[in-house]
Unconditional design. Structure first.
Length: 129
């Protein structure tokens, strides 16, 4: 009888012990990873055609942040910086152009040291296309 009582007591302790092992809260599930942002436009080693201050030109963006501005037979050095889709272009330490890149089009506002203000618009690729 004592053995039966001891055996029942042991089973009772095991039953309560396994019931207590169930967690009281739901299992942790980490949140979904953030969606990747769209790829940033890479201006390095590209040539864009269009106008600054309504003057037709060609701008070649070099891989090191430098650029070459061409108008008619003249060239001028400059530099560029791209953050997300915002671009800042400085040409010959004389004019500054701030705008955005959307697909194959770059457009924004232009200013120069003589106080002239205007718009710029450039398109990636060959002129006339």
């Amino acid at each position: 009888m004592k053995r039966l009582f001891a055996c029942c007591f042991a089973w009772l302790v095991l039953a309560f012990g396994s019931a207590q092992a169930v967690p009281a809260r739901p299992r942790y599930e980490p949140p979904d990873p953030p969606k990747p942002s769209p790829p940033m436009m890479d201006l390095r080693d590209t040539t864009w055609y269009g106008h600054f201050f309504s003057t037709d030109c060609q701008v070649t963006f070099e891989h090191n942040g430098a650029l070459t501005y061409r108008r008619n037979q003249e060239t001028a050095p400059g530099f560029w910086k791209l953050s997300d889709n915002n671009v800042v272009i400085e040409i010959n330490m004389y004019s500054e152009h701030r705008g955005t890149v959307t697909g194959n089009v770059m457009e924004g506002q232009s200013t120069n040291k003589s106080g002239m203000r205007g718009q710029f618009r450039l398109q990636l690729g060959n002129p006339g296309k």
